[in-house]
Design a protein around this ligand. Sequence first.
Ligand code: ADP
Length: 499
Amino acid sequence: MRTKKKKISESNKINTKKILFVSSELAPFSKVGGLGDVVGSLPAAICKAGADVRVLTPAYGSANGKGGVLDKVRDFKNKLRKIDLPVVVALSGIPVYCAIYETEIDGVITWFIERPDFFSETIYPSYIDANSIRPFSLLNLAALELYRAARWVPDVFHCHDWPTAILPIMLAWHNYYSQLYTNSKSVFTIHNLAHQGVFRPEGFFYQTGIDANCFNPHGVEFYTNINLLKGAIVACKNVTTVSPAYAAEIQTYEGGAGLDGVLRTHSAKLSGILNGIDTDYWNPETDKNIVSPYSVNDLSGKKINRGELIKRCSWEDDERPLIVCVSRLAEQKGFDLILSAMPRLAESGARYVFLGTGSSNIEDGLFYAQNVHPGEVKFFKGYDEKFAHLIYSGGDIFLMPSLFEPCGLSQMISMRYGTVPVARAVGGLADTVVDVDSGNLSNGFLFHDYTRDSMFSAIERAIRLFPDNVKWAELMKRGMQTDFTWNKSALSYLDIYKT
Ligand code: ADP
């Protein structure tokens, strides 16, 4: 019996795929949007499904192993160990030594690369050129050099969005690494096609050691510029994106952001795998960031959070539905519809709470709306993880009228907290929100045309149904009971790693 067991576990070990996630964000330590959430929760789910997944990410803002990301890691009671050997990479022909810190988070070995002169507090440069992306060149090169210090060679490098698109390009066209890694492959996930990493080629090939011959229309070139996303799509073994609907949309002229032709050419290796959320972290029953916990069986705590949110808005409690929105303030998120519909929204019989930061035009527009309609509109400018939890739990309706939405996590988080989404049927929103008029599985309100009238009539439908306590509670509960875990998608990733 024992021998048999041993054999099975040995063979499992031999067959276990070794996957290195390389990412510019990792929630909760460094997060700008959904990418951070995904890399913060997907690896643990894939580990549980049967692979050996590890993560490499920058230790932003850490001088001498202190401050920034590394301190946040310690704040979460994770033990950090500096590994014995540094990672040394050649950047523009000069050796760069990087310290690597190791910890284990939810069973996932996670490595932080420390070079304060490369990785400051700011994750993304405001302007992209070969010089400003040097930190990401360093991160990708370090991922390929890490095997010496970590004594662990990945079978698969799983890269995410343009900052780590450099790695698949290096596996295909780097003068040295393309020869070294003949048994490893790259999987590339597009979290948002809108950001492609496009810049003039001068300096980039010398900086990274990538063979400049790949600067052609079948390689990394895109209308005389480098396009990192395009290069990765061409170079990697598998491309995934974060929802089935988005996988289809990005192959169309309207949704392809200029890369639809490239994606159609490579459609055989493209698949859409729906994102999940960390349902332990986003859990109204245990959430320490909210005032009162609640569950699908006892929703009374939600009212208390609602009251607290209304207090934070300096409003009096009343029966009007609270329509909330936690978002990057970017055009993609549909703020032109919201701002242009503002006079009607203010008279719609609901109140609106926004939390976000980003485009100054949108920030100005929301402040203006708040000044004109102080009893109906409240805008909290900023990025506030803790307050976001209170908003998700205290709202009645979550507004997400995106122009495009690769997957969207906010609508899933809001449903988990019983806050019913009003969303545009696009990308992952179309894959996760089921309109109230579509029968038994309904969990929200959808609209199709990207117009303020269309958005407004979906909001009106929600406002009209809100006073029907029985039907509304059914909607809330169906959302709360929807399976947003990574379980199913983790198996799909395992399949991709094996191909
Ligand atoms: P995207 O990745 O396009 O920003 P997603 O819906 O996929 O959109 O993910 C957004 C994530 O970022 C969610 O976890 C959301 O709660 C969080 N988020 C966005 N803006 C803020 C903010 N101002 N404060 C706190 N969390 C925010």
